[in-house]
Design a protein around this ligand. Structure first.
Ligand code: PEP
Length: 245
């Protein structure tokens, strides 16, 4: 059983429409009655189309809303299809995920991620900064080297890191059902903490109600970034409950 302050972040990815917001009712009432609620922070990151209605729905709750990415430009500009961090803040986002591997795979590099983090911090958003190695890199035993580079370049020239959470998400674990071995995960999280002067480090990658008992025994993890399982409120609630059982 843990008595630690933990983050539970729901990444809905490109799933959900206005009807999906009805599922928040369950999570909201669970949270209201949860004995350990002072120990947890729940953050929902829906697609941009749902940020405003979701923020309104959660107005009286302590559940917060975040976005899944942002443009690096601080002001308005001719960037068709993009949204910057001030625009996200304007519709109710308090957090933004930056550096998710699905966006790194689509071409975002560490330098661009660094610009995004800086502009989002300037806008007053809190950052969920994702890092992680691919399977190929893991097999070549390059995990630490890759993570160190992502941290060094991603956080380059950012002095004040109090509004940054790090999410360690091994790429090979996202959406695959595979999670790292417990001792490996403990050591990697420890490495990230040492490299970042003790930032909070969350784990993400196939977190579900079945493997949470294993994950929660890794004592240096400060929370979870949950993709697939967060779209089902029952599973998401179960993950939170089991973390504290
Ligand atoms: C994610 O997309 O951040 C994630 C961790 O996904 P999943 O839980 O589905 O592996």
């Amino acid at each position: 059983m843990t008595n630690k302050y933990m983050y539970f972040i729901a990444n809905w990815k490109m799933f959900g429409n206005l009807n999906s917001l009805n599922s928040l009712h369950n999570v909201n009432s669970f949270f209201k009655n949860f004995k350990k609620k002072k120990l947890i922070k729940i953050i929902y990151c829906p697609p941009n189309t749902l940020i405003r209605p979701m923020s309104k729905k959660l107005k009286t709750s302590h559940i917060e809303v975040g976005a899944q990415n942002c443009h690096e430009n601080e002001s308005f500009g001719p960037f068709t299809g993009s949204v910057n961090s001030l625009m996200l803040k304007n519709v109710g986002a308090k957090f933004v995920i930056i550096g998710h591997s699905e966006n790194r795979q689509a071409g975002e590099n560490n330098q661009l991620i660094n610009l995004k983090i800086k502009s989002a911090l300037k806008a007053g958003l809190k950052i969920i900064f994702c890092i992680g190695e691919t399977l190929k890199e893991k097999r070549k035993k390059q995990t630490k080297k890759i993570l160190a580079k992502q941290i060094l370049l991603g956080l380059n020239k950012i002095k004040d890191k109090k509004n940054i959470l790090i999410a360690y998400e091994p790429v090979w674990s996202i959406g695959t059902g595979m999670i790292p071995k417990s001792n490996e995960l403990f050591n990697t999280v420890d490495f990230i903490k040492k490299k970042t002067n003790n930032q909070k480090v969350l784990y993400g990658g196939s977190v579900n109600p079945k493997n949470i008992h294993l994950l929660k025994s890794i004592v240096n993890i400060d929370g979870y970034l949950v993709g697939g399982s967060s779209q089902d409120p029952k599973k998401f609630i179960d993950i939170i409950k089991k973390t504290y059982n």
